[in-house]
Design a binder for this molecule. Sequence first.
Ligand code: TRP
Length: 331
Amino acid sequence: MGKISLTGIKPTGMLHIGNYFGAIKPALELAALYDARYFIADYHALNQVKDAAELRNAIRHIAAGWLASGLDPQKVIFYRQSLVPETFELSTMLMAFTSKGLMNRAHAYKAAVSANTARGEDADAGINMGLFTYPVLMAADILLFDADFVPVGRDQTQHVEMARDIAETLNHNYHETLLVPPQAFVQENAAIVPGIDGRKMSKSYGNVIPLFSTEKELRKLIMRIVTNSQGVDEPKDPDSSQIFLIYRYFAAPDEVKTFEGRYRAGGMGWGDAKEELFRVVNRELSPIRARYEALMAEPAQIDRILAEGSEKARFIAARTIRRLRKAAGMS
Ligand code: TRP
């Protein structure tokens, strides 16, 4: 059997082109090389999203976004965490092998505590147990499926290391490799797409270009990209221009070269540069947008794809749970 690549996608917020180049595309490339198991981490989202309509929408939006971007549910097991209840059984079992001190050291929890302390509030204000035990649930997601590689952003590597720790503690206790210790797979050259204000594109900065906006909205956003005050005739430095930095992700190498030449030669105004950026962005996103809209028009189809994937996932999950119950003396 080939190596297994697994990742979870938290359904919060709207997909943007930073997610597309930084997470979706690299994960789909990995899916061509490994047995891929990708899922919607809706129980992880529940810690933040407490509105039912918002969560339901976010789940469909993320699922449709990945499918429209090229995820093939015949090749990738694509499922929803909440439809695989074995996750929660494993999570409870892992609790017994996870020291509280390990959770105290988790970056996300520590950041929440220091934000509270800085504001002069109680250290645990607004922190629920879902946030505190987040790494255990994530370990269950990973360990349930014997994942070798977990493609994640740098901010999630600590969680994968914790999953590894927990797996090793359990294996050590039963003198048997019951759980596969996973490895984070961080692409060193992972795309860091700049936002329209020049900082890293991130929904927390409000500087994103959504993956699925109408053509009109897309043009409007591109026209809002921050530039300097150089005039049309002046030669311009491509590498310090957000327009150019975003362009590189969407254009073919010869187009990038030509565009770079136009920057350096002078005679190209920022308005022209933005039109050229719009052209290539829209060229790439149009077919994805069309597939996305077709899926969103039939949410029952999205739900069915996730339900079918979840059936396949449960088959694997049940095997892991049987193995563990036996080892633990529960059957
Ligand atoms: N915590 C991840 C994030 O916020 C999402 C996630 C949940 C995940 N379970 C996972 C990622 C398992 C990889 C493996 O992005």
